[in-house]
Each structure stands twice: as structure tokens, then as C-alpha cells.
Design a protein around this ligand. Structure first.
Ligand code: NOJ
Length: 884
């Protein structure tokens, strides 16, 4: 063995050993009260085989892109095709993911980059408010505007693929670490936020990635490792369709170019190789035309993941990165040559990727990357993950911010959710005597970007931690903004109330508290992503700070920056606590967005995108975090459809603050409500359209020479290549002619017509037929200008054969700013799908009672529904008793 190979083997061993030791160890931080041990995948939860992968290209909207892609693919060699389906390795380029190229044919390396709220690890970018903040606006135009701005920034930096939006996790688990990346604990809120983000981003020519597919509801134990499989989310088919799949279906309907397969397993089978989820649901039922990428290092096999429908491996490495190993690249070339992966499958993988590139117009004038996610310096290694890398210019500091700060600020402002406001305490006068407490009111003294991927909770909390973050170009903190507006301010930059304070009756205390969470690879203050140690309480003794302030000051206003629900019970009913504002995660625009509400430039108009309980025991036990020492942690969705408000309503638990709650400085009336029937319903949707034609190619195994290393090629150690040594390629080709591969159980290679529930992107197109439209006149009846949200919840007819949550959000609309006395007509639409349930036997969306009487409730919160419209009589009534 040569010295260099010996050296590499030792290195490999060291990396493997260190990986074993950095695995999440059972930690003292685990809260055993809320973290339960689980056993095996329960018998009734099955991941059935579904083969083959449906070819892409059968949807009319994509046919031109597929036509162009097919021309390119037909001219590609085997090694070029396998190269474009895989990343070049961990840290092997400027972006967080860098696919292989086919430069001979004009296809560049694709740059894939986080995050869903702005450019991760970059410069001269906007740090937008997080998804949960966007959800709290309930404003479709702002959701879209943020997508457009994100798309412009990603394009400006030369990024081909935007790694967002996040619509999973949905927030099933209140302690889940990444709920804040998405838009709220409801499928429709997630779906609308996700789809509008996709439309905005892709309108700029950037491929969006909807993630994480699917049921990645907890951070701990999400990844497969050498010693432990990632947890299995065990779910029934109806719950999957009606809750967690819903936002993905809407994203696909919006034309999303890419889907990221999650780390975890579903019903015992890893998402990155779960043929039922990828081939069956995503590509057949939902008619997904783009490509499926793995989450980073989520691929756990070569041939099985290929056959199950994975199209791109990211970042390309095998389970343990930086060894120069891959399940694909040269291994995929070999697998095609030896006949274990059908040529047909590789052609479809490559075609899907190239078609998405054409679909966004990236073949014309698309800029190459001009930044590096690896360093803030101008120059550095071009392949930081390589053992020896050439260096060069990596950051060109292109300013992509444009006027996006305004979009960001408007979102942060219109998300602010007023939970309580006794005696019109808010808004404040700028002359008030303000005593301000809490480190959350001011920037992190160590620097706003001092913690990598925001992996700390110091100073104003503008976002959670992990890959879903951006560096702040600046942070307009609450104190910056308050001190520039108010004249009589004293700030105590501490989370402990100083002793010896005396209050005068005119003093108003503003207390800033927060609650953080993030991604599992960083542990902050004992929380490994999920809120294990902190629970649902405010961090840094926030509860004590509020209580201590309330003991001295007669007027206390609590301002909360938070990733999700927190418990308020220790202080919410104290007489001094007069007002509470949830400012969610505002990104860089934390300051002026807040002062414009505090000082009454605008009325708060945000509404809760989740329920706030009195205490954690009000949730079903099954939504606690799972924890297991050995084997696969099992996370079984026994609560079914009943998460968040659906659960509280089903069990008649009145929460502290209901989903959708949010107060205003003014009041609104809803009048002239009209319901109109549009498309008549039938029990099941009309027959789906047949699939259109898809590209056809030769299915003959190409000659081994298509995978030979080019002569004289200068290799970079650890970089992943798709070529094989001549001897290996020839040997693989020889195997193909002498033996056949044992495919997985259930494998066939005959394309199917597709299920009745499919037929277009998102599913059967008639699912989006509008069944009923409701229009309502919203009038500002108070003394302040403001914006109202009309939330539309469907109640299914009584007596149907399906157990269904009493109310479910199906559409919403927000007024413009209405002056006193001003009115606006809002329109909400209710589709066939909105009025259907997923029937597991028929495998279709079924209207459970055609002609039955649905009640569609319209109101400003899920627990304030007094206006109902009836589909049987086509009449609406006000002054009703709220159904919950
Ligand atoms: C893992 C995260 O789960 C995913 O959201 C992210 O896009 C990738 N890492 C790349 O950073």
C-alpha cells in the first residue's frame, strides 16, 4: 500500500470514530417528563413498495422544458448524467450544495443555498423575518412579496436553487426545534405561505425547494448514523393527506422545481428511499415534475434510493462526509453499467433536473455564484472540503438588498400580535416614562453575527438557529428604535430586575423576553434544537423578570420574541400586566416595526399562527419529544388529525389564547355576508386527465467507455467524480451481461397511468374547483385605523361517516389599512378539496355528504366565530354561538 493510501485509510478511521463519538449522547438535559421512550414501528403502519418512478414531463406546463431537456440528455454520456445528479461533496464549492456539471453541453454546476429566510452565511443580504412571523401576518400579499425579494437576492448572488420554503415541520410538537421556519400549526396557513413563497422566488428564475418531505417534526434523532437509524414517524394515510401532505400538494400545484426528502423515516422507511412517498405520492399522485434532492447526508443507500425516486444526492457524500465516498457519482455509473440501476431511471433523474433548470429560464443569462458560504473573506480555498485546494476569489460582496428592508419591516410590523391590552394601555405616547428591561431589547453585545448560524440566544432574538438563518446586515433592535422615538427612557440591559428600584405611578415598564430553538447540530443552553431544557417557558428567567417588574410597576407591557408558543400563566393575569405583544421572530427589522405599533403609527394586525395553552399537559401526550437510547425511535401520530386547535376543540379545552387570536386598537364589523355556489360537487372528483407524453430514450446500457476517466485529468482529492477506472467500468459492464440484479420486493419497471386522485401538479385538477365563494364587507367601527383578517373555517355536515375536526381553517384574507368608518369587501374561496376528506379505501378525496349542510364560519379568530354561512340554504347569519 502506498504511503498516501495508508494515510487516507487512517484518516478515514479517525473520521468514522469521531463520528461515532459526536453522536447525540443521552444527555442530562433530557426532560424525562416530556420525553418518552417508544418501541417498534407499530404493526399497522406500512411503507408499501411503489415502483417504478413515474417519468417526469407529462404535465402540459412543463412539456416545453422537458422537450429541451430531452435534447440535452440525449447527447449526454453516462458519466455526465451521473455527475449532474449528485453534489461534488461536502464543502466542495462556494454554496452549501454544488451539483456536478455537464459543461460540454452548457449545463453549469448548480449552486444550492439556504435559507428559507435569507442568504445563509453571506453578506449584503436582507435577514428577513422567519416563516412563523410571515404566517402571523395572515397577509397573502406580504407572503408573496417576501418570496419575490428572496428570489431577487438569491438570483443576485448567482444561486440556482433556493433551499426553501419550509412547510414541514408543521408544529405538531410545540417543542420541535424548527417550527419557526414554517408558517404555523395548520396545513392551510403553511400551504398558502409556502405556495406564495414559491411563486415569488421562482418568478425571479430561482428554483425553489419545498422541504422537508415529510414528518420531520422533531430535531433530535432525525438522522441515520452508523449506530442508530433516524426516528420513524408512523402515520395513517388520512392524517398524512389531510394535514402534513397538504402544504406539499399546494407547493407542487404552484410549480415548485424541487423537493427535499427529510432525514427521518416514515412508517419505518427512510424518506430518502421511501418508494411509497417519493414514487407513489409525490411523483404519481401529486404529479411532481421537478427533482427530489436528499437533505444533507440523508441518503443512506445507492441503488434502493435511486429506484425509490431520489433524483439528486446532497451534498453528494456517503453517510460519513469528507472521505471522498459517495453512494452515487462513480458508484451510480457503475450501477448503471452493471445493470442494477435501469438506464431509464438515470435518464429520468437527469431529465428532471435539467427540465427544472429550463423551466425557470436559467439557460438564459443566469449569473454564476459570486459569494461563498464558507468564509467572509474575499479569497480562500475553492474547495474547502478537499485535502489540498487551490485558492482564489470566493466573495465578490455583491449587494443584493435593494429596497427589501421595507418588505421585511412591513412583515415584522404586520405580524405583531397583540394578545392583551387592558384599558387601552397601548398605544403609548412617546412622552411616557418608559423603564425597559431585558437583554432581548438590545443587540447581542458580542456582535449581531457573533454566533455561527445564530447558535446562541443573546440579545434581540430575530430568528432561531441552524441552517435556516442568515447573517444580519444590521439589526434594528427595539432599543435602537425606542430611544430614537421616545424622550423619557431608561434601559436596564439585564434579565434580572435590579434591586432598589422605585416606581412612580406614571412609569411604564416594557419587559422583553424570548424563547429560542433551532436545528439539532447546534445545542444552545442545553437545548439540542428542540426545546428540551427550556420547555415552553421563556428563556433566561423571563417569567421571573416579568413577575418582578409587575411587583413594582403598575403598568407592565410584555414584548415577546419567540419561535412558537410559550407558557404565560405565571404572569398573564397579574393586574399590572396590562398588555402583551408577540413580535415573533422579526429578523433584522425588530426595532421600527415594533415602535410603529407601540406608539400607534399603526394598529397591530397579526394573529397567532398556533394555539397558546395554559400548560403543556393540555396537549396530547403523543406530541411530546421522542427519545430512545438504542434502535429506531418511534414517533407514532396517534393523535391523528387532532393537533393544535383541532385537538383543543375536540377535547373542549379552552386554551389561554386560541389559534388566530389577535387584537387591534380598533374594532371591525363584518356585514353583507354572501355565499355563492360556484361549481356543483359530486361525491368523488371527475375523472382525472390522462398523463401526457414523456421523453423517450434508448434503454440500452451505454458502453463502458462513457464512464472512463478522461486522460490526464487533474483530480482533487475528496472531490466526487462520476468517472470510473477503465478496469472497474469494464468489469461492471461484464457483470451486466452475465447476471441480473435482485430488485426490491414489489419492483416492476412498467409506467403506470397514475391514481384517480392525481392528474396534474398537486393532484386531480378538479380538487381546486371553487365550490363556494363567500364575500363579506369589513368595516372599521373603532377610533383607529387598522387592518382586519377574515378567517374562514369549514365545519362538515353533521352525521357524516368520517370523524372530522369541528372546524378547520380553509381560507383567509386581510384588508388594506382601513381608516375609521372605512369598509372593504373581502372574498374567500372554498374548493372541492376544502370540503372533502381523504378516503383511505377509495384512495381519493371524497365529499362526504353531497348536498349536505356545511357551515363555513367567518371571524377574526378560531374561537370568535359568530358569523356562519350554510351551503344547503346559501344563507349567512350573524350573532351565532361560536362553534368552539
Ligand atoms: C440540513 C437542513 O435540514 C436543511 O434544511 C438544509 O437546507 C440543509 N441542511 C443544507 O444546509
Amino acid at each position: 500500500m502506498s504511503t498516501i493510501y495508508f494515510f487516507l485509510s487512517i484518516l478515514k478511521l479517525v473520521v468514522i470514530i469521531s463520528f461515532i463519538f459526536i453522536l447525540p449522547a443521552p444527555s442530562a438535559a433530557i426532560d424525562t417528563e416530556h420525553v418518552g421512550k417508544r418501541l417498534n414501528v407499530p404493526a399497522s403502519y406500512v411503507a408499501a413498495p411503489y415502483y417504478p418512478t413515474p417519468h417526469g414531463g407529462w404535465v402540459a406546463d412543463w412539456s416545453e422544458s422537458y422537450r429541451k431537456a430531452a435534447l440535452l440528455i440525449a447527447n449526454m454520456t453516462l458519466a455526465e448524467k451521473t455527475n449532474i445528479t449528485c453534489g461534488s461533496g461536502y464543502d466542495m464549492g462556494r454554496c452549501v450544495g454544488n451539483s456536478g456539471s455537464a459543461l460540454r453541453l452548457g449545463l453549469p454546476q448548480l449552486c444550492l443555498q439556504d435559507s428559507a429566510l435569507g442568504l445563509r452565511n453571506s453578506d449584503h443580504n436582507t435577514a428577513f423575518p422567519a416563516g412563523i412571523t410571515v404566517g402571523a401576518t395572515w397577509d397573502k400579499s406580504l407572503m408573496y412579496a417576501r418570496g419575490v425579494a428572496l428570489g431577487a437576492e438569491f438570483r443576485g448572488k448567482g444561486i440556482n436553487v433556493f433551499l426553501g420554503p419550509t412547510v414541514g415541520p408543521m408544529g405538531r410538537k410545540p417543542r420541535g426545534g424548527r417550527n419557526w421556519e414554517g408558517f404555523g400549526a395548520d396545513p392551510v396557513l403553511q400551504a398558502v405561505g409556502g405556495a406564495l413563497t414559491i411563486q415569488g422566488v421562482q418568478g425571479q428564475g430561482v428554483i425553489a425547494t419545498i422541504k422537508h418531505y415529510i414528518l420531520n417534526e422533531q430535531e433530535m434523532y432525525r438522522m441515520y448514523s452508523i449506530v442508530q437509524p433516524g426516528y420513524s414517524s408512523n402515520i395513517d394515510d388520512r392524517t398524512l393527506h389531510e394535514l402534513y401532505l397538504w402544504p406539499f400538494a399546494e407547493g407542487i400545484k404552484a410549480g415548485v422545481g424541487s423537493v427535499m426528502a427529510a432525514y427521518n423515516a416514515v412508517n419505518g422507511s427512510a424518506c430518502s428511499q421511501n418508494s411509497y412517498l417519493l414514487n407513489g405520492i409525490l411523483k404519481d399522485e401529486l404529479g411532481f415534475q421537478g427533482f427530489v434532492m436528499s437533505d444533507w447526508l440523508a441518503q443512506i443507500s445507492g441503488v434502493p434510493s435511486t429506484l425509490a425516486g431520489l433524483d439528486m444526492s446532497m451534498p453528494g457524500d456517503g453517510l460519513v462526509p469528507l472521505l471522498g465516498d459517495s453512494y452515487w457519482m462513480y458508484e451510480l455509473s457503475r450501477a448503471v453499467l452493471n445493470g442494477s440501476v435501469p438506464v431509464d431511471r438515470l435518464n429520468d433523474m437527469a431529465t428532471r433536473i435539467v427540465a427544472a433548470w429550463y423551466q425557470m429560464g436559467q439557460d438564459k443569462d443566469y449569473p454564476p455564484p459570486n459569494f461563498s458560504t464558507n468564509t467572509q473573506d474575499a479569497t480562500g480555498p475553492l474547495y474547502p472540503g478537499a485535502l489540498f485546494s487551490p485558492s482564489g476569489i470566493v466573495n465578490e460582496f455583491v449587494d443584493v438588498q435593494d429596497g427589501h428592508a421595507i418588505v421585511a419591516r412591513n412583515i415584522s410590523r404586520d405580524a405583531i400580535t397583540m394578545l392583551k391590552n387592558v384599558n387601552n394601555t397601548l398605544p403609548l405616547s412617546t412622552n411616557s416614562s418608559l423603564k425597559i428591561f431585558g437583554t432581548d431589547a438590545q443587540k447581542n453585545p458580542n456582535g449581531i453575527n457573533s454566533c455561527s448560524d445564530q447558535g446562541c440566544d443573546q440579545g434581540t432574538l430575530g430568528m432561531g438557529w441552524g441552517s435556516g438563518t442568515a447573517r444580519y446586515p444590521y439589526l434594528d433592535s427595539p432599543m435602537d428604535a425606542i430611544s430614537s422615538r421616545a424622550s423619557n427612557v431608561k434601559y436596564y440591559n439585564t434579565d434580572t430586575l435590579p434591586s432598589g428600584l422605585t416606581a412612580s405611578s406614571s412609569d411604564i415598564a416594557l419587559v422583553f423576553i424570548n424563547a429560542d430553538s433551532g436545528e439539532n447540530y447546534i445545542t444552545v443552553e442545553g437545548n439540542p434544537g428542540d426545546r428540551t431544557t427550556a420547555g415552553l417557558n421563556a428563556w433566561h428567567n423571563g417569567d421571573a423578570l416579568v413577575k418582578d417588574a409587575a411587583a413594582i410597576y403598575s403598568t407592565v407591557i410584555v414584548i415577546v420574541h419567540t419561535v412558537g408558543p410559550i407558557l404565560l400563566e405565571e404572569w398573564i393575569d397579574l393586574p399590572s400586566v396590562k398588555a402583551v405583544l408577540f413580535a415573533h421572530l422579526p429578523g433584522q427589522e425588530a426595532g421600527q416595526s415594533l415602535t410603529s405599533v407601540l406608539f400607534g403609527d399603526v394598529s397591530p394586525s397579526g394573529h397567532l399562527p398556533y394555539t397558546i395553552p395554559h400548560n403543556e399537559s393540555e396537549y396530547p401526550a403523543s406530541v411530546g419529544l421522542v427519545y430512545f437510547e438504542l434502535g429506531q425511535p418511534q414517533d407514532t401520530y396517534t393523535e391523528g388529525l387532532y393537533i393544535d386547535y383541532r385537538y383543543f376543540n375536540a377535547h373542549s379545552i379552552k386554551p389561554r389564547y386560541a389559534f388566530g387570536h389577535g387584537l387591534s386598537y380598533t374594532t371591525f364589523s363584518f356585514s353583507n355576508t354572501e355565499i355563492t355556489a360556484v361549481t356543483p360537487l359530486t361525491s368523488t372528483p371527475p375523472a382525472r386527465p390522462a398523463k401526457g407524453s414523456t421523453p423517450t430514450y434508448s434503454t440500452t446500457i451505454p458502453p463502458a467507455s462513457e464512464a472512463y476517466w478522461p486522460a490526464g485529468f487533474n483530480r482533487i482529492w475528496r472531490y466526487l467524480y462520476s468517472w470510473l477506472e477503465k478496469s472497474d467500468a469494464d468489469a461492471a459492464a461484464a457483470v451486466a451481461s452475465t447476471s441480473s440484479y435482485a430488485y426490491p420486493a414489489g419492483y416492476i419497471n412498467i409506467q403506470k397511468p397514475g391514481p384517480p386522485a392525481g392528474g396534474a401538479q398537486g393532484g386531480n385538477p378538479t380538487l381546486w374547483d371553487i365550490a363556494y365563494t363567500i364575500s363579506v364587507t369589513v368595516t372599521n367601527t373603532g377610533n383607529f385605523s387598522g387592518r382586519a383578517v377574515a378567517q374562514g373555517y369549514v365545519q362538515f355536515p353533521v352525521g357524516i361517516a368520517y370523524d372530522t375536526p369541528v372546524i378547520q381553517l380553509r381560507d383567509f384574507a386581510k384588508t388594506n389599512t382601513l381608516a375609521r368608518g372605512e369598509s372593504e369587501v373581502l372574498t374567500l374561496n372554498f374548493t372541492r378539496k376544502d370540503l372533502s376528506v381523504w378516503d383511505t379505501v377509495q384512495q381519493n378525496w371524497v365529499v362526504p355528504s353531497v348536498g349536505g349542510n356545511y357551515t363555513i364560519w367567518i371571524g377574526e379568530a378560531s374561537d370568535a366565530l359568530t358569523l356562519g354561512c350554510y351551503t344547503a340554504s346559501l344563507g349567512c347569519r350573524s350573532g351565532l354561538m361560536s362553534p368552539v
